[in-house]
Design a protein around this ligand. Structure first.
Ligand code: WT7
Length: 655
């Protein structure tokens, strides 16, 4: 694992030790602690402090999660079994209960005074904005659910959603869930190849997209990319197109239909019964990059997932009735699924959604939004903080950010410099930062502080309630204090992934075989002598670029699809803002000449195939790649060489 510890000098925890004057612990404001949801629960359960509650909840995790499943959400038919382990690691939670996530997100809200509460404040970098009450959102979802039914979408079908960060993405996802269909959202920053493989794997007959989206004042051509992807995935029969930009796009007769036209038809009635489904009924699949080959469609379910999402948001971000929540992620990633689309609605919160870049037209855009809407809890990624830091303090300082009471971070380790800046400049030394470690697989937070936790910059502190996390060595034995090892989860949890879509073997292989009976996350970590966790980074062939998860295999396959490329390898190397950047090593076909122009062309090619986020930082033309005797590229060796580090164990290197 040693190659992953080559943290750069400016990014990563290794730089934590530079600043002698900084305090070790940052203590939360007393008022926040005393009024927190988690403290209230600890008191109710008779615990002296939150840490005692946490220890109890880990030991009695089934009892804890059953309590949450009863308190946080409503069931049509209550469950009698909490956890069914008979087919482990295919665990089942609340199996015999009947529920639907949309019932808890919308239906039950409109039966209370929250009917007229603002659910969503949406704003775009273009300056337009819209507000939806729970009632308005509820009716839109009903209408669109009826449209989907009229298009022949049934319980169990998969619908691909490829939309920008606009309210319709929420409406579409909720409409699928409402009728028991699975959504498969493809992030709007992905391109042809990524979209095509995901449509193909999910076998979606219906796809929902837009004529475009806005980013940095430019139009992202979602419809054109869709058309190209469908050429290679003929399974799609119907494309529903949201008019967002209003610019001209080709519409194919008999296949493409405008969203607004469908929503104006009598079939789009605002009344639609939510379909009761079993707790284990699949809610969605979300593709994520793994060690090898094609992305995996991770499957989440209606029951356990919503319990996990609602519970974590309630205790970690301490959401109260009058909060204004803003998660700046994209709904197309799990962060957006859990903490934009589902979590806030289940808790009945008001939230902000922003379509566009944080720096458009100026680097104060986010702080301006916080001030105007009175955002109280704000959640973003380290890469965004580092990016905004570069523009200086003057931008946030021009705004009144005093409405903020809690901040959050997710996606990759946050380096202490960025943490301190976020804490001081954005949070005015008054807002604890919830550094939440979790994954698409885990569905909800796994290691995270809560508002009562003394913080250390760069550490996610301790596992969430009911979560049994540990650091172990390759043999599965506990690692010592400050010793690097594998991050594992020892007990199942309700929001965990259930399988890899259509590929149960891959589920077992990927997560449950490295160390028998323990879930291995694919991250390395260590625990300090306070028991705090420090996540170091991925140990597999996954690269976190600006918090986005990309597989080396996907980048390599995009490169090899270029007619001049014979072979390619991709690795991640430290980058000051992005955390990691993609560096590639390319062997050209015989007779092809390496040149700067060709390098640029290859970078553009990967951008076109995969999406802008996958564009390599550098192309290195080489004549050979280090391989094992069985022919696998040794990316570890490439990385060590690039960083000027010892190359480690080369015993398997091809002679
Ligand atoms: C991987 C999962 C979960 C939402 C977004 C990412 C890294 C995530 C943290 C954090 C250190 C983190 C890990 C993890 N990661 N959050 N707070 N500290 N590392 O989901 O795309 O499935 O990526 O992101 O490496 O395994 P994802």
């Amino acid at each position: 694992m040693s190659e992953n510890h080559a943290a750069p000098s400016t990014v990563g925890q290794l730089s934590a030790h530079g600043d002698e004057s900084a305090p070790e612990f940052y203590h939360p404001p007393e008022e926040l602690v005393n009024n927190s949801n988690i403290m209230a629960y600890a008191r109710e359960k008779g615990f002296a402090d939150v840490e005692a509650l946490r220890q109890w909840s880990v030991e009695n995790y089934q009892e804890f999660w059953a309590d949450m499943a009863t308190r946080m959400v409503d069931w049509y038919q209550p469950f009698t079994t909490v956890l069914d382990e008979s087919a482990a690691p295919f665990y089942q939670w609340f199996n015999d209960g009947s529920i639907n996530i949309v019932h808890n997100a919308l239906d039950r809200q409109v039966k209370t005074w929250r009917k007229n509460k603002v659910a969503l404040i949406w704003e775009s970098e273009q300056g337009d904005n819209k507000t939806f009450t729970y009632w308005q959102l509820y009716k839109r979802v009903n209408k669109f659910a009826n449209v989907l039914k009229a298009m022949g979408v049934k319980n169990g079908d998969r619908v691909t959603i490829y939309l920008p960060r606009i309210p319709e993405i929420m409406i579409a996802m909720l409409a699928c869930a409402k009728i028991g269909a699975m959504h498969s959202v493809v992030y709007g920053g992905f391109s042809v190849e990524a979209l095509q493989t995901r449509i193909q794997d999910a076998q979606s007959r219906v796809l929902i997209t837009a004529d475009g989206g806005f980013l940095n004042g430019k139009i992202v051509e979602l419809k054109k990319i869709t058309d190209e992807a469908i050429k290679h995935s003929p399974v799609v029969e119907t494309v529903i197109v949201v008019k967002r930009t209003g610019h001209d796009v080709p519409m194919e007769q008999g296949r493409d239909i405008w969203y607004h036209e469908l929503m104006a038809l009598p079939i789009a009635s605002p009344k639609c019964e939510t379909e009761p489904v079993g707790a284990e009924h699949p809610l969605y699949m979300l593709y994520t990059s793994g060690t090898t080959g094609t992305p995996k469609g991770l499957v989440h379910t209606h029951g356990g997932y919503q319990v996990g999402v609602a519970t974590t948001m309630h205790f970690t971000f301490d959401i109260k009735e009058d909060d204004v929540w803003w998660c700046a992620a994209d709904p197309g990633w799990v962060t957006g699924h859990s903490y934009i689309v589902y979590g806030p609605l289940i808790l009945g919160a008001t939230q902000v959604m922003y379509e566009g870049a944080p720096t458009f037209p100026y680097p104060n855009r986010w702080w301006n939004i916080v001030e105007r809407y009175g955002v109280t809890v704000f959640y973003t990624a380290p890469t965004a903080i580092r990016g905004l830091m570069r523009f200086g303090e003057a931008w946030p300082s021009r705004h009144d950010l005093s409405s903020l009471r809690l901040l959050g971070s997710v996606g990759e380790p946050i380096n202490p410099e960025a943490w301190r800046w976020y804490h001081r400049v954005v949070g005015k030394n008054n807002c604890p930062i919830m550094d939440t470690w979790w994954q698409t697989e885990t569905g909800a937070f796994m290691i995270t502080p809560n508002p009562t936790t003394p913080l250390k910059p760069g550490s996610g502190t301790r596992p969430f309630l009911g979560i049994d996390a540990a650091v172990v060595n390759e043999q599965g034995e506990p690692a010592g204090d400050d010793e690097d090892g594998l991050l594992v989860i020892k007990k199942p949890w309700p929001a965990m992934l259930r399988t890899v879509y259509n590929n149960p073997d891959r589920y077992i292989e990927q997560y449950w075989t490295k160390i028998p009976n323990l879930y291995t996350a694919g991250d390395s970590a260590r625990q300090d002598d306070d028991g705090y966790f420090w996540v170091i980074g991925r140990i597999d062939d996954v690269i976190k670029v600006s918090g986005y998860r990309l597989g080396t295999a996907e980048v390599e396959s995009a490169l090899v699809s270029h007619h001049d490329v014979a072979e390619a390898a991709a690795i991640g190397l430290p980058h000051e803002v992005k955390g990691n950047a993609i560096h590639t090593f390319v062997i050209l076909k015989n007779g092809v000449e390496a040149s700067e122009d060709l390098a640029d062309e290859l970078i553009a090619h990967v951008g076109k195939m995969m999406g802008p986020i996958a564009k390599p930082e550098a192309i290195n033309f080489v004549t050979s790649l280090p391989k094992t005797r069985s022919g696998k590229i040794m990316r570890r060796v490439l990385k060590s060489r690039a960083l000027g580090l010892p190359e480690g164990d080369l015993s398997t290197l091809e002679a």
